[in-house]
Ligand binder design. Structure first.
Ligand code: THU
Length: 125
């Protein structure tokens, strides 16, 4: 998964921030879907790598997930932003989140630790 996220990062379109991110989400079928961040000159339209990977996966029919990987070129490991945490939680559930940088630093954390007391569809019935 880290290798897939690294490959996805190479495709990042980040002309404004120069901050390239790659993500890969592992579906329960074993299929891996990759995503990179894609920025816009209308900055607010920028989308993070994690959401690209998840939206690709869901739009291709994936509905159960095991893990997601996120790779960026930072000394401390880059974690998903708040918006991505919500989207990961709602679409993937309590998956393992593999974080990595380009220098071999790795960490695995569960989604419930990244988004404690999450709001989700369980509140909407
Ligand atoms: N970004 C991601 O793609 N994922 C993250 O986890 C953090 C931030 C992107 C958004 C933007 O293109 C750039 O990184 C700087 O924020």
């Amino acid at each position: 998964m880290i290798a897939a996220a690294l490959a996805a990062r190479e495709k990042a379109s980040a002309p404004y921030s120069k901050f390239k991110v790659g993500a890969a989400v592992l579906a329960s079928t074993g299929e891996i879907f990759e995503g990179c961040n894609i920025e816009s000159s209308s900055y607010g339209l920028t989308i993070c790598a994690e959401r690209v990977a998840i939206f690709k996966a869901v739009s291709e029919g994936a509905d159960a997930f095991e893990a997601i990987a996120v790779v960026a070129d930072t000394d401390k490991l880059t974690t998903p932003c708040g918006a991505c945490r919500q989207v990961i939680w709602e679409n993937c559930g309590n998956v393992y989140v593999h974080l990595a940088n380009l220098h071999g630093l790795r960490e695995v954390i569960e989604m419930k630790e990244l988004l404690p007391m999450a709001f989700d569809d369980s509140f909407l019935d």
